[in-house]
Design a protein around this ligand. Structure first.
Ligand code: SIN
Length: 498
């Protein structure tokens, strides 16, 4: 029997790498230390990856630093071609990449395939944006002067990414970084490093010069610390919890790095009495149960207006009970496992707290009979506002229903959190659509829409949900410095200052 019983069968086995990619070479840790990658659906060992030391991480940063001058000196068109080609290769290898992702992360294959499309889309989008990093010529306030504004790549970036989107969170950072003319060191989550390493295989195949793309694995304390402390790294992009983001920001303060922080959320999903209830149910299913509830933009609090509360709850119950829980590789499965037992415990704890405070279970509420990391898709009703689930992200398949009476009450409840990433509401009243959208303190507002993620949108949050925007027309600016040149002493052909 293989040492790796969880290893997926691939058309191109080369895509599943158990080494790190540094300076165009595949390397192991000199210490021989490895991290085990397990399938969260079966517990089987999928692969091992190196656990790099601080010195080895530093060497990856040095390689990125050395590669930077030549990479930034290429024309935007030349960089664009390579960046765009990686996206094409991802699409060509979609089935294998999805199989790797399901093996390491657990999401159903159809969702993994959709994530590969989403992830590849960032390469296509930023291949275009590479050519649109425009400068400006400004009107001077002093005669005889000209003012030019240019945009330049910031230098070496580090990307620290989470386990819930093993491909898209890499490409949402690396594609704009490389397109802008930066070189990078990527540290994927230890639970899901294989998708990142597969992207490195494709980057090399696309013609990426050595040192531009580096993927390192290892502990957050060792690898993460070097990425935040090393002065060669000029930019850190992080997706993960607000708690960890705060620590990384503190560390980056020492060398005043530019940062992008895509942190926690506590998304409200408001269903007004004038909403199309069937559309709203579809929206909740897409937002709440995508990736088994493990996204930063998952609806975390479903606020339903009194007069439609029971009708909405009934319709949602029917939809939730149609979900199929199981191993993501099995046909028809729509809900995979949670990532680990700590996540299962948190879900259980949120449910227990809600029940103790007077809420009730509409459906689900228990660990799934499949055992392991599986949990029943759950709806909770009459959830009081002082329940833990009102103020904390569950990151699991639990839809808690809260009641409200007036539009203002819904807005107040929605904004009653330090987080401000995604929010959603359903209404067919145009006046209300604008009133509510403008009152919500969130970076992302889904209006009659439960799926708000796409390469062309500026994704990011307000308040404690983060800093900066990823994707869309703004995403590349996070990797660019603005420089202005004041050119003085210019005279006209008559010798006069203009
Ligand atoms: C996240 O959960 O951090 C990202 C979700 C998305 O891109 O849709």
């Amino acid at each position: 029997m293989s040492n790796f019983p969880g290893r997926p069968t691939l058309n191109n086995p080369d895509l599943l790498q158990s080494r790190n990619f540094v300076n165009g070479q595949w390397i192991t840790a000199a210490s021989g230390k490895v991290i085990e990658v397990h399938n969260p659906a079966t517990g089987e060992l999928v692969a091992t990856v190196p656990s790099l030391s601080q010195d080895e991480t530093r060497r990856a940063i040095d390689a990125a630093g050395r590669a930077w001058p030549a990479w930034r000196a290429l024309t935007a068109q030349a960089r664009s071609r390579i960046v765009g080609r990686i996206g094409e290769l991802m699409r060509e290898n979609r089935e294998d990449l999805a199989a790797i992702m399901t093996a390491e992360q657990g999401k159903p294959l159809v969702e993994a395939q959709a994530e590969i499309d989403y992830a590849a889309g960032f390469f296509t989008w930023f291949a275009g944006e590479a050519e649109r990093a425009y400068g400006q010529v400004l009107q001077p306030s002093v005669a005889g002067r000209r003012i030019l504004v240019t945009k330049e790549p910031i230098g070496v970036f580090a990307a620290i990414t989470p386990w819930n989107f093993p491909a898209a969170m890499i490409t949402r950072k690396a594609a704009p970084g490389w397109a802008a003319g930066c070189t990078g060191v990527i540290r994927p989550a230890s639970q899901t490093p294989l998708s990142a390493l597969a992207i490195a295989v494709l980057a090399k195949q696309a013609g990426m010069p050595d040192g531009v793309c580096n993927v390192v694995t290892g502990s957050a304390e060792v690898v993460g610390r070097e990425l935040t402390d090393n002065p060669i790294v000029r930019k850190l992009s992080f997706t993960g919890s607000t708690e960890v983001g705060r620590v990384l920001l503190e560390r980056c303060a020492k060398t005043i790095k530019k940062t992008s922080m895509e942190l926690g959320g506590n998304a409200p999903f408001i269903v007004f009495d004038d909403a199309d209830l069937d559309a709203a149910v579809k929206g909740v299913m897409a937002s709440k149960f995508r990736n088994t509830g493990q996204t930063c933009v998952c609806a975390n609090r479903i606020l339903v207006q009194d007069s439609v509360y029971e009708a909405f709850s009934e319709k949602l119950k029917t939809a939730v009970e149609a979900l199929v829980v199981g191993n993501g590789t099995h046909t028809g499965v729509t809900q995979g496992p949670l990532i680990n037992q700590a996540s299962v415990n948190k879900v259980e704890q949120h449910i227990g707290d809600t029940l103790a405070k007077g809420g009730r279970i509409v459906t689900g509420g228990k660990r799934h009979s499949l055992g392991g990391n599986f949990f029943q898709p759950t709806i909770l009703a009459d959830v009081p506002r002082h329940a833990q689930i009102f103020s904390e992200e569950t990151f699991g398949p639990v839809a808690p229903l809260f009641r409200f009476n007036t539009e203002q009450e819904a807005i107040d409840m929605a904004n009653d959190t330090p987080f401000g990433l995604a929010s959603y509401f359903y209404s067919r009243d145009l006046g209300r659509v604008f009133r509510v959208a403008e009152a919500l303190e969130y970076g992302i507002i889904g209006i009659n829409e439960g799926l708000i993620s796409a390469p062309e949108v500026p994704f990011g949050g307000m308040k404690e949900s983060g800093l900066g925007r990823e994707g869309g027309p703004n995403g590349i600016d996070e990797y660019l410095e603005v420089k202005y040149m004041a050119i003085g002493g210019l005279t006209s052909s008559h010798g006069k200052l203009h």
